[in-house]
Write a protein that binds this ligand. Structure first.
Ligand code: C5P
Length: 255
């Protein structure tokens, strides 16, 4: 395992943990979100391919729904996946996940072999992230940042609200943070392995992303530009958008 004080350098061995154990209730009833299809291919397979597309990635650990690890293994075997690493191919591992995203990521980290010094965490729910974004995150960690997140400026103004006076009443606005200072954070997020493992061993509060856990350690986190196609598939309309992005890619590849 790498020492906290030394960032992973060029040539670092890189693994990706893909938490894919969520139910995806906001998408409506059906299969776990990661197993829903986009143009006939499960979202998870798109996400795995997006990670393996980076030549720097040598291992992908998929964290499957707790009762779905065998099904996910079968899926990975059934879909030809491109070799990613210079050593000639990306390895794949499947482990069962937990009740929360945080727990699922920790179970993925526990499965990493020795010798990995840089870890990306990527949501299965972001199946269309371009390889340039993956490589930008890796590049920033290799350049010395212990934690890196891809992020986008916000289109909407954001309001902070307080509790409604009584059930069903409108929530009062309590603050309007300056939009120019806000970023919407995507994945893959990239980390020095030892830093991320320490965060998962130390931070027990409910945090919605891995960089947030590293921030709690007081370790600096930096941002690189994200990409509009790295959006998270959360609601039914996102499925329509994701299929439109795939159709546009196919049309562009055809020319
Ligand atoms: O729920 P949310 O959209 O934030 O989930 C983000 C990612 O975390 C998804 O890819 C989901 O499958 C994963 N997750 C998980 N284990 C859970 C809950 C969510 O791996 N218990």
């Amino acid at each position: 395992m790498s020492d906290d004080s030394r960032p992973p350098q060029a040539g670092a061995t890189i693994a990706v943990v893909i938490p894919a154990a969520g139910r995806g209730v906001r998408l409506g009833p059906g299969a776990p979100k990661a197993l829903r299809t986009l143009n006939g291919t499960p979202m998870l397979i798109h996400a795995v391919r997006a990670m393996a597309a980076s030549r720097a990635v040598s291992l992908v650990v998929v964290v499957a729904p707790p009762d779905g690890a065998a099904e996910v293994k079968t899926l990975l075997d059934a879909h030809a996946l491109p070799g990613g690493s210079p050593a000639g191919g990306t390895d794949f591992l499947v482990v069962p996940g937990g009740d929360t995203r945080q727990e699922s990521v920790r179970l993925g980290l526990d499965a990493l072999p020795p010798g990995i010094d840089l870890v990306l965490v990527h949501d299965a729910a972001r199946p269309l992230v371009p390889v340039d974004t993956v490589d930008a995150v890796i590049g920033a960690v290799r350049a010395g940042a212990p934690a890196v997140v891809p992020a986008m400026p916000l289109a909407d103004t954001v309001k902070q609200v307080g509790p409604a006076g009584e059930p069903g009443a409108p929530e009062p606005v309590v603050a309007t943070p300056e939009r120019a200072l806000l970023r919407a954070v995507q994945t893959p997020q990239g980390f020095d392995r030892a830093t991320l493992v320490r965060a998962h061993e130390t931070v027990t509060d409910d945090v919605t992303d891995d960089a947030g856990m590293v921030e709690r350690l007081g370790v600096p986190v930096v941002v690189v530009p994200g990409h509009e196609e790295a959006f998270k598939v959360t609601r039914p309309l996102d499925l329509v958008l994701a299929e439109a992005v795939l159709a546009r890619r196919r049309a562009n590849d055809g020319f």
